[in-house]
Design a binder for this molecule. Structure first.
Ligand code: PLP
Length: 402
């Protein structure tokens, strides 16, 4: 809401890195009468979702759909496969990696945390080195975030798979794709991931409240001997019911209507086009940030996130105050900062049902807010982004390479 106005005018600019703006088509698909979750109409819907979601994770194995936020799917990955006291290797890429590690501790696992300065993704060489030092092969799982939403750093999953193999280590490989799925290339089967954790509220363009486990045969085998306590999260109950198109409990029917629509929409656009669009929007955002003379939190280009860009403000300028100012003045929401970087950066989300015009609007608002808030910066960020977006339309192959 403009500080000069008594009511918010126009649409809110939701540029947090999820939940993302809902396409009207998803909203309409959810705006439908409740159906019997044990009836034939439901089974048809569930089968469409259970089949379709595999194409998003790129797996031929079952994908478990939970009525829970992403945090639930984190827990499900751990409790279905591991036993009390198991050692797990995790990488401290940022706030969400830290939360997953804290969860592992609370569940009675023994996480080992590879440190970073929160400004890069997970380094395959560091993982390989750690695993090589585990001479007795006691580490049971390697857990990595594909995209660390708190910092805007992407980790190279195929390379990490190769690093685990190069170390000759039998650990399971778990990947969190909550802020990367359906936004950038991801291949559960081909990349040899054992459990992929996903969430609904980002690239899938759905409300929060649904999450996923894509599961390999190796992980299903590990589940047979896993000793951690589980009930709601248990894969076996779910699989048995899913086979006939049902769930062991009352599922989130309206979310499934939305999921069915979102899977259809993603394939209508074409996954490759979805990924190229996210790449373009991310690159345009980074060009704007550089033109402003501000620093991108991710300090190594090979880890740049396709879905969120964290922007460091100059010393002495509070990023939280800036976010509040931009919200009050221009009705835009950015993501906040975390941990040791609290107050130092804000995050621009550019994922989900976002197009060039929406991003250009968000960057224009950001440039106006920087000026009005007295943050030292140069003009021309919006122009740099627009120049790139024009060039990207004219020459998509060139844009993809940048
Ligand atoms: N992992 C990542 C990478 C996230 O971005 C989030 C939330 O944003 C989570 C896990 C936790 O998911 P949720 O908030 O849906 O429980």
């Amino acid at each position: 809401m403009s500080k000069n106005s008594s009511r918010p005018v126009g649409r809110h600019f939701l540029h947090i890195p999820g939940p993302t703006p809902l396409p009207d088509r998803v909203l309409r698909a959810m705006d439908t009468p409740i159906i019997d979750h044990r009836g034939p109409e439901f089974a048809k819907l569930a089968k469409h979702c259970l089949g379709g979601i595999k194409t998003i994770f790129k797996t031929t194995n079952p994908v478990i759909i939970y009525t829970a936020t992403g945090t639930g799917a984190w827990e499900a990955a751990l409790v279905n496969t591991l036993s009390p006291g198991d050692r797990v290797l995790m990488v401290e890429t940022g706030q969400f990696a830290t939360l997953w590690k804290t969860m592992a501790e609370k569940l009675g696992l023994r996480p080992e945390f590879i440190k970073t300065d929160w400004r890069i993704g997970a380094d395959p060489a560091a993982i390989e080195d750690h695993l090589r030092r585990d001479k007795n092969k006691e580490i049971k799982a390697v857990c990595v975030l594909h995209n660390e939403t708190s910092t805007g750093c992407l980790s190279p999953i195929a390379e990490i798979r190769k690093a685990i193999d190069a170390a000759g280590h039998p650990a399971l490989f778990f990947v969190d794709t909550i802020s990367s799925l359906a936004s950038t290339d991801y291949r559960h089967d081909e990349w040899g991931v054992d459990v992929t954790v996903g969430g609904a509220q980002k690239g899938l363009m759905l409300p929060p409240g649904m999450s996923f486990n894509a599961v390999s045969d190796k992980a299903f085998a590990a589940a047979k001997s896993s000793q951690l306590t589980k009930s709601f999260w248990a894969w076996d109950d779910m699989l048995a019911m899913n086979k006939i198109g049902f769930f062991p409990y009352t599922p989130a029917t309206q979310m499934l209507h939305g999921l069915s629509a979102s899977i259809t929409m993603l394939h209508e656009e074409g996954l490759e086009n979805v990924f190229a669009r996210h790449h373009r929007l991310a690159e345009a955002t980074r060009r704007a940030v550089r033109a402003w003379g501000l620093e991108i939190m991710c300090r190594d280009a090979k880890y740049y996130s396709p879905t969120v860009t964290a922007v460091l403000l100059p010393d002495g300028h509070d990023a939280d105050a800036f976010r509040h100012f931009a919200l009050d003045t221009f009705n835009i929401s950015y993501g906040s900062s975390f941990g040791r970087y609290a107050g130092k950066y804000f995050r621009i989300g550019h994922l989900g049902d976002v197009n060039e015009g929406m991003l250009a609007g968000a960057l224009a608002i950001t440039e106006m807010a920087l000026a009005l808030a007295g943050i030292p910066h140069k003009k021309g960020g919006v122009q740099a982004a627009i120049d790139y977006l024009i060039a990207a339309q004219a020459s998509p192959a060139q844009a993809a390479a940048e």
